[in-house]
Design a protein around this ligand. Structure first.
Ligand SMILES: Nc1ncnc2c1ncn2[C@@H]1O[C@H](COP(=O)(O)OP(=O)(O)O)[C@@H](O)[C@H]1O
Ligand SMILES: CC(=O)OP(=O)(O)O
Ligand SMILES: [Mg+2]
Length: 411
């Protein structure tokens, strides 16, 4: 790596989107940020009949946001569009100032507990994990392959969603199923969104003026995918997602926790195939399955109009969230803070209010006026007398990935 190479491009390839940031790590600045969404138009439910959209903001070149609409068929096309937008402002991938590309990789299994420079063997292992992250790892792999083709000489680093959760004790990570079967097939709780849980738990400690080792935090990452984690003294001790990102909270399109016998029933009685059940639980369940919408903004709008189905979907979402707050309070014994993050957690005040409503006996209270504040900064929404701090802490998976990537290539 050249001494002047201080830039890192971060690619966060999701099931139907690519979020990206180009950062200058020496200057501590963001040069460009962007999002390609609704990739693969025509593949429900992600696109709802609309076309793909590319939003690109070249912060280094004046910051004027550019928005392009038009079909982007797959992640390879999306990555090429990203490279073209960057190149248009002289920030292209060919730049000698680029030190590395950091990739979010959702499933790292048990092998990857830290950021890893990607070679063929690493890529093969990420491919082997596709069956346990079918919505995510294929997109991550395409991102890696496309980036490698564009800059074969550059270090590509994988930062795994699962890594932060590898500190979970065996009693939290192991399912109560036959040990031999579980071990033969590597069936256990892995947990996801780890980069976010790590970043947000650390930022929450900072907000409280404490060292991460001194505080116990429940992090509620509520995006399209959603997960909760119990973080004791900076280490994850439990999390709601499991072998795959399907378990736990009610999500945009995923069911979260259900009785596993529901799947036998769907197969034996409803005559559904394994693939159909997989699609039902991953893509046609959660909020979208309950009320037809997976966007919390739309659900709140419908509730305000008196829509009963939207109301019930919201109540089910909140009920599950409350159960995890209760469970993780018990797991941690002492809770210093509950932190809300990601699209829903950062923006949906009614979700935060409802999730904590009735928990005053557990020390959890939300102040209505603090909760109504809109801000991109970490902030407390609990009153001074609240025994447990309730916080909104915007996540920044891209920054965390950039920092881990840069640290690795400079090590
Ligand atoms: N102002 C808002 N009010 C309520 N919900 C919001 C708002 N903005 C975004 N969201 C929710 O955030 C979700 C996306 O969150 P995000 O963390 O970006 O998810 P992902 O990374 O899984 O794509 C949207 O589906 C929407 O439900
Ligand atoms: C793991 C996971 O669910 O990720 P996302 O929220 O990006 O779908
Ligand atoms: Mg996300």
């Amino acid at each position: 790596m050249s001494a002047t190479a201080t830039r890192v491009l971060v690619l966060n390839s999701g099931s139907s989107s690519v979020k990206y940031q180009l950062l200058d790590m020496a200057a501590g600045t963001r040069l460009a940020v962007g999002l390609v969404e609704r990739i693969g138009v025509g593949a429900p439910p992600a696109c709802g009949g609309e076309t793909s959209r590319h939003i690109h903001t070249p912060l280094a070149a004046g910051g004027e946001k550019r928005e392009t609409e038009g079909a982007i068929a797959d992640h390879e096309a999306a990555l090429k569009a990203v490279a073209a937008e960057l190149a248009a402002d002289g920030l292209g991938l060919e730049s000698p100032e680029l030190a590395a590309i950091g990739h979010r990789v959702v499933h790292g299994g048990l092998k990857f507990t830290a950021p890893t420079v990607i070679d063929d063997a690493v890529l093969t292992e990420i491919e082997r994990l596709v069956p346990v992250a079918p919505l995510h790892n294929p997109a991550n792999i395409t991102g890696i392959r496309t980036a490698r083709a564009l800059r074969p000489d550059l270090p590509q680093v994988a930062v795994f969603d699962t890594a932060f959760h590898t500190t979970m004790p065996e009693h939290a990570a192991r399912y109560a199923i036959d040990v031999e079967t579980a071990d033969a097939h590597r069936i256990r709780r892995y947990g996801f969104h780890g980069t976010s849980h790590a970043y947000v738990s650390r930022k929450t400690a900072e907000l409280l003026g404490k060292d991460p080792s001194e505080v116990n935090v429940i992090v509620l990452h509520l995006g399209n995918g959603a997960s909760a984690s119990a973080v004791a003294g900076g280490r994850c001790v439990d999390t709601s997602m499991g072998l795959t990102p399907l378990e736990g909270l009610v999500m945009g399109t995923r069911s979260g926790d259900i009785d596993p016998a529901v799947t036998f029933h769907l197969k034996r009685v409803a005559g559904m195939s394994t693939d159909e059940i997989d699609a039902l639980l991953n893509k046609k369940s959660g909020l979208v399955g309950l009320c037809g919408d997976n966007d919390m903004r739309e659900i709140r709008r419908r509730i305000d109009e008196g829509d009963e189905r939207a109301r019930l979907a919201f109540d089910i979402y909140i009920h599950r969230l409350k159960k995890y707050i209760g469970a993780y309070s018990a797991v941690l014994g002492k809770v210093d803070a509950v932190a809300f993050t990601a699209g829903v957690g950062e923006n949906a005040a009614p979700v935060r209010e409802a999730a904590v409503a009735g928990l005053a006996e557990m020390g959890l209270v939300v102040d209505a006026s603090l909760n109504a504040v809109r801000s991109g900064e970490p902030r407390l929404i609990s009153p001074d007398h609240s025994r447990v701090a309730v916080a909104v802490v915007p996540t920044d998976e891209e920054l965390e990935i950039a920092q881990q990537t840069y640290a690795l290539v400079n090590a």
